[in-house]
Ligand binder design. Structure first.
Ligand code: PMP
Length: 460
C-alpha cells in the first residue's frame, strides 16, 4: 500500500463501466432471451437470489478444468469457481470417476456407508477434532453447530462478527453485509435482519461485534453478562471471506479463544469457505487456533452438495446421546461421500496444495506488479487457493473500514472489464477469487494481464 497512489478519475471509471456493460450485454443475447423465458416461472429467472446481476443473469452451459462457457458460447477462465466450492476445477477426472462409479451402485440410501466413515476419519485427522457429522450445505452446517452450542450451554444468544455471512437460516441472517446506516457504538452494535421474514425475536438473539477488535468484544461480553445474556457461542470465519478477504491481525484469534473460554462461550469456526481451500486442515490448521466446533461445506463435495460439522467429544456428546437431533435425509449420502473421498485422497493432497499455492501466488504477484506499476490505490490479499484485490489504499480490518474505504465502483468495473476479456471473476464488491487445482500458471498470468490492461487504460 502506497500513501501516494494515483487519484482515480471517477468520470473515467463510470465511462469505462458503461462501455463495458454495453459490450457485455451485446455479447450475451442468448442469456437475455433465456432470462425473458425463465422469469415467467423461475422467480427472477434464477435459482438463488445471489445469482442475480443487472440487467440479466448469465446462464452457463459447461465447465471443464479452469474454463467455463455460457450459453452464448463465450469462454471464460473461471475465478468464481462456484463461490469457492470448486477448488477441484470442473469435471475433474477423479470426481467424474468417483461419481460415475457410485451412481452405478446407488446414490442415496439415507443409511450410513463406509465412505462416510473414511471421510470422517480423514476430517478428524486434518482438523484434530474427534467427532463429525454430515450435512448438505454450509447453511445446514452453521445451523447445526449453533443448535449444538445452545444445547451444550443451555443459552440462546449467538455472537457473530458484524458483516460476516454464515448462510441463509434465521439465526445468522443478521448483521451480514447490507445497507444499515449507522451500526451503533463498536461495543454495542445493533442487530439488523438481512431481508424480510426473519422474526424479530431471532434477530434480537444474535449480536455482532467488529472483527479484529478484542476490546469491543470483551466489552460486549461484559454487557451481555450483566444482562444475564451470555452467548452460547461465537460463530466466526477465522479470516473474513465475504468482504474480499480480511485476515486476522496477529494475536486476534488467540485472543478470541481466550475470551470465549473466559466467558464459557463455545467457539465455532465457520470454515465453509476457508476449510479445505486454505490448508489441509483449513483455517484451524493455518492459524493454529483450536475452536470447539467447525462447519464445512462448499469444496468438500467437489460440486455435489456436501457439508460436515466437527467438534470435541464434549460438544458431540449432545448429539450422541440424542439430546440434539442432527439429522437430514441426504446427510452422508453415498454420492456426496464418494466425491468427498476423492477430493480428500486424490485431489487435495500435499501436491494439490502446493500447486494451489504456486498458481495463487503467481496471480497475486501479477496483480501486485500491476498495482505498483500504475500506482493504483489498491492492494492484494491472499490465503490458500483464494485472493483478492482490495480497491483502497487504507487497510480494511473489519466491516466498518470496508464500508468506509472500499471502492465499489472499481469492483463493478473490474468484473465487467474482466468478463469481456474472458475472466469470470466473483461478482459484486464483496467476493474473492478462488483458483482450482486445474488452473495453470498461464491462467494466472492471463488474469494479471487483463487487470493490467484495465489499469493502463484507467491511468493513461
Ligand atoms: N458460511 C460461509 C462463510 C459462506 O461463505 C457461505 C456461503 N457463501 C455459507 C456459510 C452458506 O453456505 P451455503 O450457501 O452452502 O448454504
Amino acid at each position: 500500500m502506497s500513501a501516494k497512489s494515483t487519484t482515480l478519475d471517477r468520470e473515467r471509471i463510470r465511462t469505462m463501466s458503461q462501455r463495458e456493460l454495453e459490450r457485455y450485454n451485446k455479447a450475451t443475447p442468448r442469456s437475455a432471451a433465456m432470462y425473458e423465458r425463465a422469469r415467467k416461472t423461475l422467480a427472477r429467472g434464477i435459482g438463488s437470489s445471489y445469482q442475480w446481476r443487472e440487467p440479466w443473469p448469465v446462464y452457463l452451459k459447461e465447465g471443464k478444468g479452469s474454463h467455463l462457457w455460457d450459453i452464448d458460447g463465450n469462454e471464460y477462465l473461471d475465478y468464481l469457481n462456484g463461490f469457492g466450492s470448486m477448488v477441484q476445477g470442473h469435471a475433474h477426472p477423479a470426481i467424474v470417476k468417483a461419481i460415475q462409479e457410485q451412481v452405478l451402485h446407488g446414490q442415496q440410501f439415507s443409511e450410513p456407508v463406509e465412505d462416510g466413515v473414511i471421510v470422517a476419519e480423514e476430517l478428524a485427522r486434518r482438523w484434530k477434532l474427534p467427532k463429525w457429522r454430515f450435512t448438505n450445505t454450509g447453511s445446514e452446517s452453521t445451523m447445526d453447530t449453533i443448535r449444538i452450542a445452545r444445547a451444550v450451554t443451555g443459552r440462546d444468544v449467538v455472537m457473530k462478527i458484524f458483516g460476516s455471512y454464515h448462510g441463509h437460516h434465521d439465526y445468522v441472517m443478521v448483521s451480514v453485509p447490507g445497507n444499515y446506516g449507522d451500526f451503533g457504538p463498536r461495543d454495542d452494535y445493533g442487530s439488523f435482519p438481512y431481508g424480510a421474514g426473519i422474526p424479530q425475536a431471532v434477530v434480537d438473539m444474535t449480536v455482532a461485534v467488529p472483527f479484529n477488535d478484542l476490546d469491543a468484544m470483551e466489552r460486549r461480553l461484559e454487557k451481555l453478562k450483566a444482562q444475564d445474556r451470555v452467548p452460547a457461542c461465537m460463530i466466526m470465519e477465522p479470516a473474513m471471506m465475504n468482504i474480499g478477504i480480511v485476515l486476522p491481525e496477529p494475536g486476534y484469534l488467540e485472543g478470541v479463544r481466550e475470551l470465549t473460554k473466559k466467558y464459557g462461550v463455545l467457539l465455532i469456526f465457520d470454515e465453509v469457505k476457508t476449510g479445505l481451500t486454505v490448508a489441509p486442515g483449513g483455517g484451524t490448521e493455518y492459524f493454529a487456533v483450536m475452536p470447539d466446533m467447525v462447519a464445512l461445506a462448499k469444496s468438500l463435495g467437489g460440486g455435489v452438495p456436501c457439508g460436515a460439522i466437527g467438534g470435541s467429544e464434549e460438544v458431540f456428546a449432545e448429539v450422541e446421546n440424542f439430546n440434539v437431533w442432527q439429522v437430514g435425509t441426504f446427510n452422508g449420502n453415498p454420492l456426496a461421500m464418494a466425491a468427498a473421498k476423492a477430493t480428500l485422497f486424490e485431489i487435495l493432497t500435499a501436491e494439490g496444495y502446493e500447486h494451489l499455492a504456486k498458481v495463487r501466488q503467481r496471480l497475486a504477484d501479477g496483480c501486485t506488479a500491476v498495482i505498483e506499476k500504475h500506482d493504483l490505490p489498491a492492494y492484494t490479499v491472499t490465503l490458500g487457493a483464494k485472493g483478492c484485490v482490495t480497491f483502497t489504499e487504507q487497510k480494511v480490518v473489519d466491516y466498518q473500514s470496508y464500508c468506509d474505504y472500499q471502492d465499489a465502483e472499481m469492483m463493478d468495473l473490474a468484473w465487467l472489464y474482466e468478463a469481456n476479456r474472458g475472466i469470470y471473476a466473483a461478482p459484486g464488491r464483496d467476493q474473492e477469487f478462488t483458483i482450482s487445482v486445474q488452473h495453470s500458471l498461464e491462467d494466472a498470468d492471463r488474469y494479471a494481464e487483463v487487470f493490467g490492461e484495465m489499469a493502463a487504460e484507467l491511468t493513461a
